[in-house]
Every structure is written in C-alpha cells, then in structure tokens.
Design a protein around this ligand. Sequence first.
Ligand code: GLN
Length: 245
Amino acid sequence: MQNKLKLSLAHLYPELLNIYGDFGNVLTIKNRCGWRGIEVEITQINLGDKIDPEKFDFYFIGGGQDNQQIDVSRELQLQKDALYDAMNSDAVFLGICGGYQLFGNYYQPHNGSRLMGIGLLDSYTVAGNKRFIGNVTAKTEFTMPKTLVGFENHSGLTYLQGETKPLALVEIGAGNNNEDKTEGARFKNVFGTYLHGPFLPKNPHFADFLIKLALEKRYNDNIELQKLNDEAEFQAHISLINKAY
Ligand code: GLN
C-alpha cells in the first residue's frame, strides 16, 4: 500500500463533453490510485466555475458533438490563463476527441463559425467529409507495451504543428487525419487522443504513466507505483489489437 499520497483531478465540463463513456477515464484514474492507497479528489468544473490552477494535478475533458463544443469553446477562453499556468507547472491534461480538439488552436466544424481552442497543443482541426468510426490500434513511444487501443468516432481532421508531437502512430484506423499516420498529441504533460472506449481502462499501462506524471508534479519525486493484477484489462486490450473496422 502506497503511503497516503493524494491527487486532485478536475473533470472539465462533464455535463457537455462526456460521450462514449469517457467518464470511465476518470474512474480508471480514481480506481488505479485507490487500489494503491492513493486518494483522488475529483472536482467537476461546469460552465461559470473558476479554475484555480494551484488546486489541481490532473485535468480531464471528454468528447462531444459539435453543438456541445460551442459552449465549452467559449468557456475555455475565460479559463485560458489558469490552464496555461497549470500546463506550465507540469499538470497532466488528458483530452478525448472533442475535448482534445479544443486543447488545440481551433476547430472548424462543417457548419457554423470556427470554435476557438486554448492552444495548449499547437494543433488545428477542420471537419472532413468522412466520419471515421471504428477500432484503432496505435504504437506510442511513451510506454511499454507500446500499443494503445480504442474506438474512434470523429469527422474532425487534426494537424499538429511546432513542438507538439504525436501521442502515437496509427497501425489500424484513421487517427488524427487519416493522412500522416499520427494519432493524438503531446506537448509537455498535455495529452490528447481520438481514442474513446473509454480509453484508459483498456490501456492500463498508459493510465499508470499519467498517474506517475501527476504524482511527480505534485510531490516533485519519481514515485514507483505498486504493481496491479491487470490480467482482465490486458485481455480487453488484446481483444482489440488489430481488430480492423
Ligand atoms: N464533434 C467532433 C468531431 O466530430 C468530436 C467528436 C467526438 O468527440 N467524438 O470530430
């Protein structure tokens, strides 16, 4: 049992961006910490709530339809300074699909005006003519095993720029844009991915990678995590590997 460590997680706009079970990512962080005796305090951040960057180690935002992204895009502009302070203090961010798109510079939907992002990631997204729906297998350099699996459902095509690097390279599926074989993005401890599923339960190695980063941010120490029995998680993981559309 890890001695009493704590993490504080902000769940951004769950009433608007939380499709395809993305809340399961928050539960995974909470449970994988709880099983190790690490307490996770979860705070829902809704429209109008002010974010105190000193308070949180981890920020999560899920996916959603274009319409829900409009309100969140507007609200995120009001929280930009706080979120930049959080990023620059090495807080961990995980954005899924629609939330990931808004971590970038902008999202241009099919209809209506451009939705401004907050530019934590140097990326932009434009809606394409095809909706990509199906299983994804990708390889990341950030964890062992390298494989990441999940389910994508987006028409947005995301392009990375500057120092923002891919989270992974796609083996099966479309990923960021179905052109450059990239999937997701990383800049500092800000991560984005198109992988729903939810993402973290089927990728326990990546969940632990994020937990370690968040603990390192809070305690300024490289904390080893107690090993868990991930047999069931990896059975689910392996069942999706290379399971094409
Ligand atoms: N509305 C965005 C798109 O279609 C994001 C979808 C999502 O979050 N699954 O690309």
